[in-house]
Design a binder for this molecule. Structure first.
Ligand code: 5GP
Length: 182
C-alpha cells in the first residue's frame, strides 16, 4: 500500500496562534540581547519564516543545512552538515529553530557542535516535540506542540523529500478509503 498523508494533526489556525505566542515570548525574553535566529534546514523553513516575523526585535538570521540519518542507522545522532552558518555566533545569543525533536539526537549533536563556538547563550525552539520517542535528555526551551508518536508531514516536514509545501501538519498514514490526495 502506498503511504500518504491523512487528517491534519495541527491546523493552520492553531499553528498561527501558537507561533504568535512563541514570537511574543521570545520578543520579551530577548529584548536586551544580541539574538541570532538559526534555522535548521530544510525542515524548519516554513516555521522559521513565520516565527521570525512574529519576533519584534532587531535580530540576525542565519541557517544550517543538515541531513540527519534515520534513527535506526544513526544512534550517535551525528548529522551531516551540508552548509554551515555564515555569521559568527561568538558572544551572541543563539536560538536554534527546529521542525521536530524526536529522539533528541540531532539537537544534542548541533547544540554540542555550536557551543564550541562560544555563543553567549544557546536555546532551542522547536515547532513539534515527540516526548515519547526521546532517547537523550536535551533542554528545549520553546515548544510549539507536543504530539504523539506518529510520523507527520507538511509545513516544512517531508516524506521522501515531498509534502514539505503542504500548508498544515498531517499524520502520514497508510492509505485507506478515507485517504486524501494533495
Ligand atoms: P531526532 O534526531 O530528534 O531523532 O530527529 C530529528 C529529525 O528527524 C527532524 O529534524 C526530522 O528531520 C526527522 N523527523 C523526526 N520525526 C519526524 C516526523 O514525524 N516527520 C518528519 N517528516 N520528520 C521527522
Amino acid at each position: 500500500m502506498e503511504r500518504i498523508f491523512g487528517r491534519p494533526i495541527v491546523t493552520q489556525e492553531e499553528m498561527r496562534a501558537r507561533i504568535r505566542e512563541l514570537g511574543k515570548q521570545i520578543t520579551a525574553d530577548y529584548a536586551d540581547k544580541d539574538l541570532i535566529l538559526v534555522g535548521i534546514l530544510k525542515g524548519a523553513y516554513a516555521f522559521y519564516a513565520d516565527l521570525a516575523r512574529a519576533i519584534r526585535i532587531p535580530m540576525r538570521v542565519d541557517f544550517l543545512v543538515v541531513t540527519s540519518y534515520s534513527s535506526k542507522e544513526n544512534t550517535s545522532g551525528k548529522v551531516k552538515m551540508m552548509s554551515d552558518l555564515t555569521e559568527d555566533i561568538a558572544g551572541r545569543d543563539v536560538i536554534l529553530v527546529e521542525d521536530i525533536v524526536d529522539s533528541g539526537l540531532t539537537i544534542k549533536y548541533l547544540t554540542g557542535a555550536l557551543s564550541k563556538r562560544k555563543p553567549k547563550s544557546i536555546r532551542v525552539c522547536t515547532l513539534l516535540s515527540k516526548p515519547e520517542r526521546r532517547k537523550v535528555n536535551v533542554p528545549i526551551h520553546y515548544v510549539g506542540f507536543e504530539i504523539p508518536n506518529r510520523y507527520v508531514v507538511g509545513y516544512g516536514l517531508d516524506y521522501q523529500q515531498k509534502y514539505r509545501n503542504l500548508p498544515y501538519l498531517a499524520v502520514l498514514d497508510t492509505v485507506d478509503d478515507e485517504g486524501q490526495g494533495f
